[in-house]
Design a protein around this ligand. Sequence first.
Ligand code: 1CP
Length: 349
Amino acid sequence: MPDTTPPKTKPILRALTGETLSIPPIWMMRQAGRYLPEYRATRAEAGDFLSLCYNSDLATEVTLQPIRRYGFDAAILFADILLLPQALGADLWFVTGEGPRLSTITDRAGLDALRPVADIHETLNPVYQTVRNLAGALPPEVALIGFAGAPWTVATYMIAGRGTPDQGPAHALKEANRPVFEALIERLTEATIEYLSAQINAGAEVVKLFDSWAGSLKGADFDRYATEPARRIIAALKDRHPGIPVIAFPREAGEKYSGFHKQTGADCVAVDDSVSAEWVAANVQVDGCVQGNLKSSHMVTGGEALVSETRRIVRALSGGPHIFNLGHGITPDADPDNVQRMIDAVRGG
Ligand code: 1CP
């Protein structure tokens, strides 16, 4: 059969298919967020964070704000990794100034009370509508990224009922009741495949799997609960949607970043700022595209260090496919002008 897929011209899609570009494409984790006055205004209009996520028009608006202001190479769907547990039946709310709260899963009964995977779309339809809106609204050179949390990271919130510094409750359940823990990872793996697949059907051109707490899984646990679910999710997506690239972000994986492309089938491995760009070039980029890894604190402090660090990362990763990004999300205290300085340093050399 002749290849009828159109040539990939969006810079991010070119990097994701292994092309080394002279200027790396750039976007930023949490680019639609509280550091932007226009985001704060739209969030106030929505009333609260979850209402913003489920209001397709306003979620579309906040996704577009950083594209208008900065001209990033990608837009990331505005939503949250915790919408999936909510769609599976968990209670979810956000405490202002503190963060998310969920009903907890501590035993088999809690797991059995979850809704079937096939029912998630009922809750998540507004998210797919946001994706459809964005697919029709973005400038032609800007790629649309959909996302989900990886099973382990989402499980840590479902087990503890909140964010935890060391993911203690999730590790405790894993040790105390491995069958229930593994059944939860399994349920989340299946649900994540359906969720990301629906985002792709709605128009997402790339998907990213956020495993923010992968670094607290050690040894065989990392392989079982970070690598293996990512591998299964990516294989299922590749099967259903050939040609849609996947970015995996096993945050703080350290030396386990090395080999993660091959082990999971990810087209791109995103790295945090605890590994040096030089190490990443030698140990991760050898297997494919990488994304990262400027310290997000530079968006607060700015100055000459921001420019020199940005240039150092661009230089260190210039020998292979690279998407410039921060090592983690931009924080609410960041200065919007520093974001422009970073972009200028990436694009202007
Ligand atoms: O008040 C506000 O406006 C809430 C702040 C906020 C925002 C802007 C939250 C609450 N979520 C989001 C949006 C969000 N979350 C996006 C949108 C796209 C973008 O990047 O612009 C994405 C991709 C996420 C993903 C997400 N949510 C992750 C994975 C990435 C990461 O940062 O490690 C995680 C762990 C969450 C959970 C979450 N949601 C919100 C908060 C404050 C947290 C962290 C809670 C904690 O552990 O304490």
